[in-house]
Design a protein around this ligand. Sequence first.
Ligand code: AHG
Ligand code: MN
Ligand code: MN
Ligand code: MN
Length: 322
Amino acid sequence: MQTVQTILEKHRVSDSLAQAIHCVLDCSKEISVLLQKGAMAGVLGSAENENVQGETQKKLDVISNDLLKERLAECPVVAGIASEEEDLPVAANEDGQYLVIYDPLDGSSNIDINVTVGTIFSILPSRGEDPSKEATYLQNGRQQVAAGYVLYGPATMLVMSTGKGVDIFTLDPTSNEFVLTQEQVQITPSTKEFAINMSNQRFWAEPVQTYVSDLLAGEEGPLAKRYNMRWIAAMVAEVHRILNRGGIFMYPWDNREPNKPGKLRLMYEGNPMSMLVEQAGGLSVNGEINIMDIEPEKIHQRVPVFLGSKEEVEKALSYHKA
Ligand code: AHG
Ligand code: MN
Ligand code: MN
Ligand code: MN
């Protein structure tokens, strides 16, 4: 049986980074228990307040955020944290070497219907800079020393990279350990499956309109393939499907909020997922460049996302360049 620790040692990850990862994973195990208890733990439903993203928070958005915030503050290697649910970054430990950036609960519209949600994390070096300042966190995705997500589905699973490929673990409910179940996954380069929220079609820009209508045209269209479509409304679940059987996931810019470059967040969602996808041989772009090459200007910055099977993402990109 290989555990997270076995793989971290195999990849020669430093003890301090391993500790930061274990702190995140300890929280995810607690979140997993709360999700399994669901209504019995009184954790479902709305928290009735709005977060910095302009979204109404679910109780579990708040609970999982508080849990991570409190535990990571006690994790000596963590210098500071930034969260989708926090207005500002929070300083943690003076001697900490890492910044932990997270989406405590991804796909929170799925909570109340007992469908997959997840926790996404991204770990950056703190480089001795002030962890209470936003600027300290504004590092591009290439600086990530680790990234991953924990998916709370039929099984609780961990998908993680420390820059040496992507490994997948399953939480064994008996031992409460994440056990290695897929080593070094690779995304198949070609696909016949796409994921996009079609209800936003009328709001998309022209290149996305054309690309998606070509996907829908099937064998008779210019792409000469019959595509299938999936939409789970949780990026963790979409990325998980793509890691396992290929596909393209898109959350493009749309003109519902013309001044924001899309719905998804660069630091909490875009960068960590892009690291996993690239480490598994896939591609992740904003329609112009690789997401991890974007120099962030704000901690809550948004980003258009096209990620997954390399050949399909290149195709989507070619519509933007045309
Ligand atoms: P979050 O729950 O962390 O706010 O993120 C939800 C995101 C992402 O996981 C998913 O792909 C997308 O929003 C779903 O958006 P729609 O509501 O447009 O389907
Ligand atoms: Mn949210
Ligand atoms: Mn999210
Ligand atoms: Mn979230």
